[in-house]
Design a protein around this ligand. Sequence first.
Ligand code: ATP
Ligand code: MG
Length: 138
Amino acid sequence: MIYIVKSKDETRALAKSFATKLKKRDIVCLNGDLGAGKTTFTQFVFSALGVKSPVSSPTFSILKIYQGDKFRLNHFDTYRITDMEAIEAGFDEILEDKDSVSFIEWSENISSLIPSKHIDVNIKILDENSREFEIKYE
Ligand SMILES: Nc1ncnc2c1ncn2[C@@H]1O[C@H](COP(=O)(O)OP(=O)(O)OP(=O)(O)O)[C@@H](O)[C@H]1O
Ligand SMILES: [Mg+2]
């Protein structure tokens, strides 16, 4: 499905509706250029799922884990790492955790760890405040 949003508020509304469809063990791959809105979308989904603490970009920490109302929420940013490093860090086990949902920015860097069944969220910048979101359930 393709959604066009014209503001951050519309991104928040889309994130809220997307959040209702998530279930344990889902893996969400966020794809899009720098500044497309991968972190912003994740923040809106996590807050819709009951995360109270502020969700910040995990760029420097690579992984941040939050507790939502129904499941644990993992937020990865694998911009700086490789498959090998991800495995050494135990990320494959975290992705398989049966009680959590994972969001991954730059998942192409760890493609061998991504199961074929995952959700792609492809974000394109249209202009300053507008974005195209393509959401694909595989
Ligand atoms: N409709 C919109 N939806 C989401 N973000 C928007 C929108 N309009 C403007 N923005 C702005 O775009 C930027 C998106 O930044 P964000 O950090 O979420 O991107 P990112 O894809 O995670 O980048 P990076 O690859 O650096 O991690 C923010 O500054 C946000 O305010
Ligand atoms: Mg980001």
